[in-house]
Write a protein that binds this ligand. Structure first.
Ligand code: CP3
Length: 364
């Protein structure tokens, strides 16, 4: 199912992000932001106005436009396809709606293990998620080789928690109840999700994605033991299976794992088959380097709220962050997504500070 014939895509002009992911030499530290396509941009709000969120996700033209918007303003070194992690539960047969002021909502979440029967086990990703693949292919053309395009998926535990909670939650106690009361059904669900995610990520690469990020956004609500049992094995399995399949086709695409608030598992994450480990802002850069022992590249991790600071202060914070991580095997990013009330100008200041300081550090 993989079509490695991508020679018809425009040639990549800036591969700094891909080189940093592989720990190779670079002229400046590459930078992008999680949620760089988002409501903090007036043009994003205008494009999205009056339109349903998931309908927008289903329009390749809309996804392409929203992905390109931040690149017109800032010299980011990568783009991430506009989509959402919850398209996977939708493809498995669940109804998900984006409710204004409330966020993603599942009208009929999974309540008991019997509810797993409602799910589509064997998902035809080309049919159910073909709109994402078409968005990626269109964007690869329209981006004109400016920067690499990142594809992504939610990780099994994060998707499972949404499917059981039915939306956002503070305690995630409904989903965690499954782990303690129904461990076997939990593993069954995580395995089902893993199978779909592997196919989904491979489909994204076939469509033109040049890197992949797996979001385990709800890692932090698990303790170390639960993470080791219910998250890590599936994260590892995803990377292993995607890489094995790509290798058969002579392809090699860097993979990033972002397990938010999983500082307790940093050593394990650095040995989980991903080239890059994404970090939230609760981890000190220098200790992250020590704990991962140069085995992986690191991505992150400025507190998004630092973007509320004046520009000079942002520049100082970025400089310290770069000194902590060093310039090799490092991709600058925020520790989580940009918030809707942030000023575009300060995102610009963040990007510029990364480029300027890192160029100076590399020259020395
Ligand atoms: O620019 C990018 O980062 C690419 C696009 C992207 C979106 N969602 C677009 C989006 C990505 C990578 C995601 C992933 C995603 N979606 C995650 C994992 C990353 C993370 O934040 O931890 C999660 C947990 C979701 C689920 C989700 N989707 C939430 C919690 C929300 C916010 C709801 C709200 O009301 O604030 C969304 C909606 C969403 N996804 C928006 C965007 C730009 C904002 C809503 C809109 O555009 O109307």
């Amino acid at each position: 199912m993989i079509h490695p014939k991508h020679s018809y895509f425009p040639q990549l002009k800036n591969d700094t992000f891909l080189r940093a992911a592989r720990g190779e030499e670079i002229e400046h530290v590459p930078v992008w932001c999680m949620r760089q396509a988002g409501r903090y941009l007036p043009e994003f709000r205008e494009s999205r106005a009056g339109k349903d969120f998931f309908e927008t996700c289903q329009s390749p033209e809309a996804c392409c436009e929203l992905t390109l918007q931040p690149l017109r303003r800032f010299p980011f070194d990568a783009a991430i396809i506009f989509s959402d992690i919850l398209v996977v539960p939708q493809a498995m047969g669940m109804d998900v709606q984006m409710v204004a002021g409330k966020g993603p909502t599942f009208p009929e979440p999974l309540k008991e293990p019997e509810d797993l029967q409602r799910l589509q086990v064997k998902v035809d990703t080309a049919k159910e998620l073909g709109y994402v693949f078409r968005a990626i292919t269109l964007t690869r053309h329209k981006i004109e080789g400016k920067v690499p395009l990142i594809g992504f998926s939610g990780a099994p535990w994060t998707l499972m928690s949404y499917m059981i909670e039915g939306g956002g939650s503070n305690t995630h106690s409904k989903a965690k109840r499954w782990l303690y009361q129904h461990p076997e059904a939990s593993h069954m669900l995580l395995k089902m999700l893993t199978d779909v995610i592997v196919e989904y990520l491979l489909g994204q690469v076939a469509a033109g994605a040049q890197a992949l990020q797996v979001f385990e956004s709800h890692a932090g609500i698990l303790g170390p033991a639960e993470f080791k049992e219910f998250s890590l094995p599936y994260l590892r399995d995803i990377a292993r299976r995607v890489k094995d399949k790509l290798k058969e086709a002579g392809q090699d695409v860097p993979m990033i794992v972002f397990a938010k608030d999983a500082h307790y598992a940093l050593e394990e994450l650095s040995q989980s088959n991903y080239e890059v480990v994404g970090l939230d802002w609760t981890i000190d850069p220098l200790s992250a380097r020590e704990r991962t022992g140069g085995k992986v590249s690191l991505q992150g991790n400025m507190d998004p709220c630092a973007l509320y600071a004046p520009k000079e202060r942002i520049s100082d914070i970025v400089k310290k962050m770069l000194e902590g991580f060093g310039t090799r095997g490092y991709i600058a990013n925020l520790g989580h997504g940009v918030y809707p009330d942030m000023t575009p100008e300060n995102i610009g200041a963040f990007v510029e500070a990364v480029h300027q300081h890192s160029k100076q550090m590399i020259k020395q």
